[in-house]
Design a binder for this molecule. Sequence first.
Ligand code: PLP
Length: 359
Amino acid sequence: MVLTDRVLMGPGPCNPYPEATAALGRPMLGHLDPEMIVVLDETCDRLRAVWQTANSLTLPVSGTGSAGMEAALVNTVGPGDVVVIGVNGLFGERMCDVARRCRAEVVRVEAPWGRALDPQALLDAHPAPKLIGLVHAETSTGVCNDVAAVAAGKGDALVLADCVTSLGGIPVDIDGWGVDVAYSGTQKCLGVAPGLAPFTMGPRAVERRIADPQSWYLDLGMIGDYTRGATRKYHHTAPVSMIFSLHAGLGAVLDEGLEGAWARHAECGAALQKGLQNMGLELWAEEGHRLPELTTVVVPDGVDDAMVRSGLLQRYGIEIGGGVGPWAGRIWRIGCMGHTARRRNVTLLLGALAELLGR
Ligand code: PLP
C-alpha cells in the first residue's frame, strides 16, 4: 500500500487535527460501555459549546453531512408542508431535492451561483411557510449567506441552516440568531475525518416534529433516545472510533477557543485571497460575501484546469478542488479549513501555484 501525505486544500476533507487522528487509534469500546456513554455525553456537550446552543437535542448523527441534511428535513417536513429554500449553489439545490422527496411544496428563492441570497427575498417568498432553509457557507461557490438576518425575520417559520462548511471556521450562533435546526459535517472546519453529522434542533422544531418520519434510521425521536445518557436505548451501533475522534477534534477547537479558531481561519483566508489577487488571479465569489475557509478563483484564460490541479497534487502534494455543475473547469475551490488553516499551507500553495502558472 502506498501511503501519501497530502496538504488537503480542497472543499472535501481538510487535514484533521492531530488529536482527532490519534483518537481514531484508541482501543475499541463496546458501544454500550459506560465509558463510551461518558465520551458520547461529553461529545454532545462539546457540540453544544461549538454550536453555541443549550438545545438538548444536540448530537452527532451517524453518517456524513448529507445524513444531517436528511435528518433535518425528514423530521420537520411532511407532505404538503410549504418550505422556502434558498438556492445559490449545489447544496441549496440538494436541499430542494430532499424536501421534494419529503413531498413538501418547495418554494425556491434563487440567486446566481457566486452571489449571496437576499435574506428579504427568502422572508417574502411565502406568507406562512413551515420552514425556511438555506446554506450558510455554500461550498460550491465560496459564498456566505446571511443566516442571522433570515432567522431574525422568520416570524412563525422554522429556520434550517446547513452549516457543513461554516461550523468551527466562522461564527455560528444557534441560540443567539434563533436558528431552529442545523447540521454540519466533521470533515471541514471541525478538523475531523468525514463520517459524522453534528446536529442540533431547538424546542420550537421539536414541538412541530413529524411524528412518524419516512426514515426509520434518521427518526430523531429514536436517535434522541440513543444519546440520552444513562437512560439511552439501543437504536444502532454507534461508530465508536469516529465519536472518539470527534470528541478529540472538538477538544482541540475548544482548547484554542472558538474566537481563536475563527480568527485563524479569517487570517489564513485573507492572506490566501490577497496572495491570489497579487498574482493577478480573479476571485469569483461576490465581494463582501466571501468565505475565508473556502476561496473560489477564476481559472485564467488559456490555463488548463485539470493540468494545474494534477500538477499541484503530483509535484507538491497539495489538493485543491475544481468547479462543480455549470462551473466545472471554470473555477478552482481552495479550502483552508480545520488544521489545514495555517499560514504555512497558504504560503506553500501560493508558491506552488505561482511556479505552475509561471507568475
Ligand atoms: N452541505 C454542504 C454545504 C456541503 O459542503 C456538503 C459537502 O461538501 C454537504 C452538505 C454534504 O456533506 P457530505 O458530503 O459530508 O455528505
